[in-house]
Design a protein around this ligand. Structure first.
Ligand SMILES: NC(=O)c1ccc[n+]([C@@H]2O[C@H](COP(=O)([O-])OP(=O)(O)OC[C@H]3O[C@@H](n4cnc5c(N)ncnc54)[C@H](OP(=O)(O)O)[C@@H]3O)[C@@H](O)[C@H]2O)c1
Length: 336
């Protein structure tokens, strides 16, 4: 089978196509014929070594994939060849809380990911793709959408009428916009681009702040909420944005700490968190149970992911370059 592998430390140039044996499903496993993968910023960090892969190279990148059941291993019931499935980010995290062992099994991190033709996964981890979604659309969901769902609904306990602040127009933020709107929330958004601002408004963002000329989006968010602050922030920036997020949040509000776009460590205005009684929640994607709940909500509303561009399998390096450029809006997909 064809697979892309990270083979060294030269960034995107280190991605090489390999010819590997088709894996055989063990007891309790299903062999999936992957049809689509989507890219997350994490995959870019792993490929370019920003955060570094743990363990030896080569490593197959990408956590997010969808495809068809092709064969089932001994003891597997409930899945038949031909069924369309999507694969959770951490295949062993079925429900309940996150553990170190679940996190260690995150696809495309310390273990091989899904940018390949075939993969064997635990049967109990898979989820059926709703009929209304294509496999390319389904492949956008495991990391970014489940993270947004966890942030807003599981940890955030979002209520209709609340105000959600999203930052930028990448995968997590656009899903957060869609899911927040679906829940009847009001969405405020920031972006670095005028063109993307127009698209955010078209998608239902009530107000958009273009941060290129005016970085003080915290002041802007306060002004948009009569000086009170927003109820929820979907914080994808990290150290260089967190202090503004704290400032933009109301007393008793919630910040879902998700992203590392500006790094992994920095100075935090801790007093703002305690003085306002803000709940600051570290989020690491979510469980299969959260994924299933989200799929139900999406299906009921026929919610479709926003795909920026679909690349051919041979064009995987170009797809990573596109993510690197930051020009995308929503998700980038690679057809397998
Ligand atoms: N903890 C978790 O479970 C989890 C899960 C998923 C993702 N993440 C993290 O969340 C972040 C976003 O991931 P993603 O896959 O959605 O990324 P993405 O698709 O690459 O989107 C990033 C977008 O964020 C905006 N942006 C870039 N730099 C920014 C900055 N310094 N300040 C504010 N906005 C900025 C840009 O939008 P504009 O061009 O519109 O400004 C950019 O397109 C990453 O750090 C990723 O590692 C964490």
């Amino acid at each position: 089978m064809k697979a892309w592998q990270i083979t060294g430390t030269e960034g995107i140039a280190s991605l090489k196509m390999a010819d590997l044996p088709v894996p055989e499903p063990k007891t309790g496993e299903v062999r999936v014929r992957l049809r689509a993968c989507s890219l997350n910023f994490r995959d870019y960090m792993n490929v370019t070594g920003i955060r570094g892969i743990t363990g030896p190279l080569p490593r197959i990148p990408c956590s997010d994939g969808a495809g068809e059941v092709e064969a089932v291993g001994p003891g597997v019931t409930g899945w038949q060849p031909g069924q369309r499935v999507v694969i959770p980010f951490m295949p062993t995290w079925l429900q309940g809380g996150l553990t170190q062992a679940h996190a260690a099994g995150a696809l495309g991190g310390a273990v091989d990911g899904l940018l390949r033709e075939y993969a064997c996964l635990p049967a109990e981890s898979l989820l059926a793709v709703p009929d209304y979604l294509s496999l390319e659309e389904a492949a956008t969901l495991p990391c970014a959408a489940v993270t947004a769902w966890d942030a807003l609904h599981v940890r955030g306990q979002l209520q209709a009428g609340e105000t959600v602040l999203i930052l930028g127009t990448g995968g997590v933020s656009i899903f957060a916009l869609q899911l927040a709107k679906l829940a009847g929330a009001r969405v405020l958004a920031t972006t670095r681009s005028e063109e993307k601002a127009a698209r955010l408004r078209d998608m239902g963002a009530e107000a958009v702040h273009v941060s290129q000329n005016d970085p003080a989006w915290d002041e802007w968010a306060l002004a948009q909420t009569g000086g009170l602050g927003v109820d929820k922030v979907v914080e994808i920036g990290g150290p260089d944005t967190l202090n503004r997020s704290i400032r933009a949040t109301r007393f008793g509000g919630h910040i879902a700490l998700i992203g590392v776009l500006t790094g992994t460590a920095g100075e935090v205005q801790t007093v703002g968190i305690l003085r306002k009684g803000i709940r600051l929640d570290g989020i690491y994607v979510g469980s299969r149970a959260m994924f299933a709940e989200m799929l139900q909500a999406m299906q009921a509303a026929r919610l479709r992911p926003v795909i920026d561009r679909v690349y051919a399998f041979e064009e995987a390096p170009e797809a990573f370059c596109h993510l690197e450029s930051g020009r995308h809006f929503g998700k980038i997909v690679i057809r397998v």
